[in-house]
Write a protein that binds this ligand. Sequence first.
Ligand SMILES: Cc1cc2nc3c(=O)[nH]c(=O)nc-3n(C[C@H](O)[C@H](O)[C@H](O)COP(=O)(O)OP(=O)(O)OC[C@H]3O[C@@H](n4cnc5c(N)ncnc54)[C@H](O)[C@@H]3O)c2cc1C
Length: 401
Amino acid sequence: MVSYFDDGLGHTAQQQAVRDAVGEICAEFDDSYWREHDAAGEYPHEFVEALADEGWLGVLLPEEYGGKGLGTPEAVAMMYEIARQGAGFSGAQTVHAAIYNSAPILNYGSDELKDDLLPRVAEGDAWIQCFSLTEPEAGSDSTAMTTSAERDGDEYVIDGEKLWTSRIDVSDYLVLAARTTPKEEVEKRTEGVSLFLVDIERAHEAGQIELEEIDKTASGMVSSFRVTYDGLRVPAERLIGEEDRGFYHVLDGLNEERLVIAAEAVGLGELAVEKGAAYASEREVFGRPIGQNQAVQHPLAAAMARLQAAKRLTFDAADHADERERKAVGAWANAAKYLAAEAAFEGADAAVQAHGGRGIDRAYDVERYFREARLTRLVPITQELALNYLGENALELPRSY
Ligand SMILES: Cc1cc2nc3c(=O)[nH]c(=O)nc-3n(C[C@H](O)[C@H](O)[C@H](O)COP(=O)(O)OP(=O)(O)OC[C@H]3O[C@@H](n4cnc5c(N)ncnc54)[C@H](O)[C@@H]3O)c2cc1C
C-alpha cells in the first residue's frame, strides 16, 4: 500500500527512531507466527524476549534504572508499530502491561522497591505483566471491589476474588489492588484502596492463590484468569505507595496508557484494512477484481479515513500529554480510545466482508483481527465508560456511573 498515511510527517525524530528500531524486531515475526500462537493460545515468548533483550520493556523507565527514559509520545509510537506490523492488538497486549505496571512503583514505590525491581524490569529479568483489579461483582465499577487487605504485624493478609487477571502465568510479580478500608468507611469511593506487589511464585508455594483460566474467544495469546486470594500474606514493604491511596496511584498515568491502547487499536485497524485491500485487488469474481466494486472498496476506504482521524488525535494527544492537566488528558485519551476502537472494528469488519467466506478462515488472518477489534471496544474500559467520562468531564453533564 502506498504510504500517504504513513509518511512520517508529524513524527518527531525520536518517535521515528523508536518505530524503526522496534519495527526491525517486529519484522522477524511474520503473520504465521501470530496466527499459530493465537490458534494455539500460546504466549509469544520469543517476541517478548526479543523486545526485552533490547530494553523495550523499560521504555518508560528513567535511565538511572537502566530504562530508555522515554515518554508517552514514544510509547504510543512503539505500540502502534507493534500492532501495525502484524502482532495486532493481542500481540501488543502481550507486552503492554509490562511497560505500564511498573508506573505506580516508579512514581510511588519506596526507594528499596524501586532499586530492587526497576533495573531488573528494564533488563527484562523481572516481568510484572499482570495487574489484578477487576472483580466479578464490581466489574467496571472497580472501586466497589471487596478484596480486602488487613494489616497483621509486618504483613498484610489479602482475601478476595478477581476476574480477568491476565498474564499471571507469564509474570514474576503482579500488582494487586485491594481495600485496606471498606467502601462504607471512606468519604470518597476512590479512597481506601491500596496497591501491593505480589511475588507470584511465593504465593503459589504458600498455597495462598488459586487460578482458573477463562475459556475466551479473543486475544488467544494472552491468558486471563479468575484468581482467588486466600489468606495471601504480603510483606508490608511490598505496599506500593501510600495505604488507602492506591486508586489515585493507578489513576495517575492511566490516561497516558489509554492513548497507547488507542494507538494499538489504530495499528490493528490499519493492518486489517491493508489485508482487506490486498485481497480485494487479487480476488477475481464475475471476471474482475472484487475491489473494483464500490460495495467492497468504500467500506475499506471509509474505515481507513476514520483510522487516520483516530491516529492523528491519538498522536497529537500523546505529544501534548505533559502540557495538559489530568482531566484534559483524560478527555483526549477517552476520545482517542473510543474513536480508535470504533474505527478498528469498522476496518476489521470491512476486511472480513471483503474476504467473503475466507473471512472466517484462520489462514487469512482477518477473522483474528476482527475478534481483536471487537475486544478493543470492551477493554481496558468499555466504550460506554469512555463516553461516560467524556460526558461528565468534557461536556459537564451529570455523572452517570
Ligand atoms: C481479554 C480481557 C483481558 C482483561 N485483562 C484484565 C486485567 O489484566 N486486569 C484486570 O483487572 N482486568 C482485566 N480485564 C477486565 C476489563 O477491564 C473489564 O472486563 C472491563 O472493565 C468491563 O468490566 P466487566 O467485564 O465487568 O463489564 P460490566 O462492568 O459488567 O459491564 C457490562 C456492560 O454494561 C455497561 N455498563 C456498565 N455500567 C455502565 C454505565 N454506568 N453506563 C453505561 N454502560 C455501563 C458496560 O459498558 C458493558 O457494556 C480484562 C478483560 C478482558 C475481556
